[in-house]
Design a protein around this ligand. Structure first.
Ligand code: HEM
Length: 224
């Protein structure tokens, strides 16, 4: 046996998995999320603009490629996140710091996101394609948003959860990867977190408002 082989250490796959779950949350998942909220702002320009920004793809393969870029990292991050929820316990009872409270809310928002994204992916992405062979229609989502209060509430809270989870996640990411260690650097990251949080809220709630407003011109959906 060569000396190199005899001294080689086993690869720590749990370390690699945990780094991957963390990294995928930022790129491409967070980038994709920002782009998705931005595209939804096309609702201000009306049905055609929204439909072409959010649901139409130049080629069927582009739809699968885009889904893969979003869904595979989401699935891997979710598995990683559930693992973290089970194994890492927050210590807020012992250490009542603001940072600890933020971490607890990060985990609560993760549970909320699990439910919200499950419902959103089924109702807005899969169900229309499986039942009608077409993507979600602007008139359907705008009508639901205006005439069905639970839909409006779920999207309003869902956007709040996504905005918090993504923005505060940048803080834990920067600490976890050793990108911000000094007090000054952490303050800068905090500013970034606030900017990202408010920016995402403005985009997401803006899109929800535009859909709700457009729904006012439409009759209530048949099943309500
Ligand atoms: C739009 C979807 C999502 C985005 C953009 C996102 C983004 C992020 C980011 C950037 C982080 C920080 C990573 C780090 O500290 O290294 C994070 C942490 C976390 N995510 Fe997500 N996430 C999403 C969905 C989910 C879902 C569905 C779950 C379900 C369990 C989840 C569970 C968690 C947990 C538990 C943490 C904290 C882990 C810890 O530090 O202990 N995330 N997320």
């Amino acid at each position: 046996m060569s000396s190199a082989a005899s001294t080689s250490r086993p690869v720590d796959t749990s370390f690699i998995r945990s780094r991957l779950g963390s990294l995928l949350a930022v790129a491409p998942l967070s980038i994709w999320t920002v782009n998705h909220l931005w595209n939804n702002l096309a609702a201000f320009k009306g049905a055609e603009a929204w439909q072409s920004s959010v649901t139409e793809y130049s080629h069927p393969l582009a739809f699968f490629a885009s889904s893969l870029v979003a869904l595979l990292p989401l699935a891997l991050h979710t598995i990683w996140g559930i693992g973290r929820l089970k194994t890492v316990r927050p210590n807020i009872e012992r250490y009542r710091y603001f940072g600890n409270l933020r971490y607890v809310i990060q985990r609560l928002s993760a549970v909320g996101l699990l439910l919200f994204l499950g419902a959103h992916l089924w109702l807005a992405m899969l169900k229309p394609r499986l039942t009608t062979g077409r993507p979600e229609a602007f008139t359907d989502i705008a009508g639901e948003m205006h005439h069905h209060l639970p839909t409006l509430l779920v999207y309003t809270l869902g956007v709040l959860g996504v905005s918090y989870h993504l923005a505060n996640g940048l803080n834990t990411f920067a600490m976890g990867w050793g990108l911000a260690t000094s007090r000054r650097a952490l303050k800068k990251v905090d500013l970034l977190v606030w900017a990202v949080f408010l920016g995402l809220l403005a985009m997401g709630w803006g899109a929800v408002y535009a859909l709700w407003d457009a729904g006012g011109q439409l009759p209530p959906p048949a099943d309500h």
